[in-house]
Design a binder for this molecule. Structure first.
Ligand SMILES: [Mg+2]
Length: 290
């Protein structure tokens, strides 16, 4: 973090002299400001998406040729070898860009989420496609790969979600239901495992795409240390079978900071975030502990 290092040099002090406050500073905290600006304006954000989808095309070719290839943890026995190929795409922040909605939240001072504003945004069905997503999904579609869209948008928003994907130009296989929303069936909760398992029963799943650990495996809302273990135990999948795109605006990475009491107040959440800063601070090199 060059800014802090520069400041430390100016003051002639080491890292240990830059304390992390036990309490958040007083006054309003726009904790999502940089994240939304980055997602909405940074070419680095767009390049990361293009990098993901460009790489994924090459891996799709490999996966198609290799009958033993599957990306789904739900696909355990070998029966999948003879199944037709499919890919699974998450929607929000993976192929559709909701940064205009997040910007609206900030501009209105509406906090980190507002269900009414979200409902209105979803109904508008006007979220733009993210860079590279259209090209990749059409590439897969043209190669005979069924593209599934598995989203945690609720079942009551399904028609609007479909309208948005159509307007953005995403491909849909004729005669097959390929959009799976949360709550469409009693066992289709926020954990996407049951929906992946449903697809895995009929298709060989070549690649998975998402912006959240939950788009790849069960248990994304576990405590942070366990999430890291879950990710580390699948190192060989990242960038080969699993493609994750950056989302610093929201996700299970954030809610896992709050622990099981996810319904805490904004003030309590800010406090927990500042406590987490201490944990990051102790990960710095030896000089930090001098
Ligand atoms: Mg998402």
């Amino acid at each position: 973090m060059p800014r802090l290092s520069f400041l430390s040099c100016l003051l002639g002090i080491g890292w240990s002299a830059v304390p992390v406050p036990a309490q958040p500073p007083s006054g309003p905290v726009q904790s999502n400001l940089n994240s939304v600006l980055w997602a909405g304006t940074a070419v680095e954000h767009d390049a990361a998406l293009l990098q993901t989808y460009n790489q994924a095309k090459a891996l799709l070719d490999r996966a198609l040729r290799d009958r033993n290839w599957t990306a789904a943890l739900e696909q355990k026995d070998t029966a999948f070898r003879s199944l037709p190929p499919a890919v699974i795409m998450d929607i929000d922040e993976t192929i559709l860009d909701n940064s205009p909605f997040e910007a609206q939240l900030l501009a209105k001072g509406a906090g980190t989420f507002d269900p009414i504003l979200w409902q209105n945004w979803v109904a508008e069905a006007n979220a733009p496609p993210l860079p590279g997503a259209l090209e990749f999904t059409h590439y897969a579609h043209q190669h005979g790969v069924t593209v599934f869209y598995v989203t945690n948008r609720e079942a009551r928003h399904k028609a609007a979600a479909r309208a948005n994907l159509d307007r953005a130009g995403f491909p849909f296989k004729k005669g097959v239901e390929t959009l799976y929303c949360q709550g469409e069936r009693p066992d289709w909760g926020a954990d996407k495992t049951t929906r992946r398992a449903e697809i895995a029963a009929h298709y060989r799943i070549l690649l998975l795409f998402g912006d959240d650990l939950g788009d790849f495996m069960s248990g994304a809302n576990s405590p942070s240390a366990h999430r890291r273990e879950m990710s580390d135990s699948n190192r060989e999948n990242w960038g080969v079978r699993w493609f994750i795109v950056p989302n610093a605006m929201y996700g299970s990475w954030e809610t896992s900071l709050y622990g099981p009491a996810g319904d805490t107040t904004e003030e309590q959440r800010q406090k927990l975030k500042f406590e987490t800063l201490r944990r990051i601070f102790t990960r710095a090199g030896p000089a930090a502990k001098e």
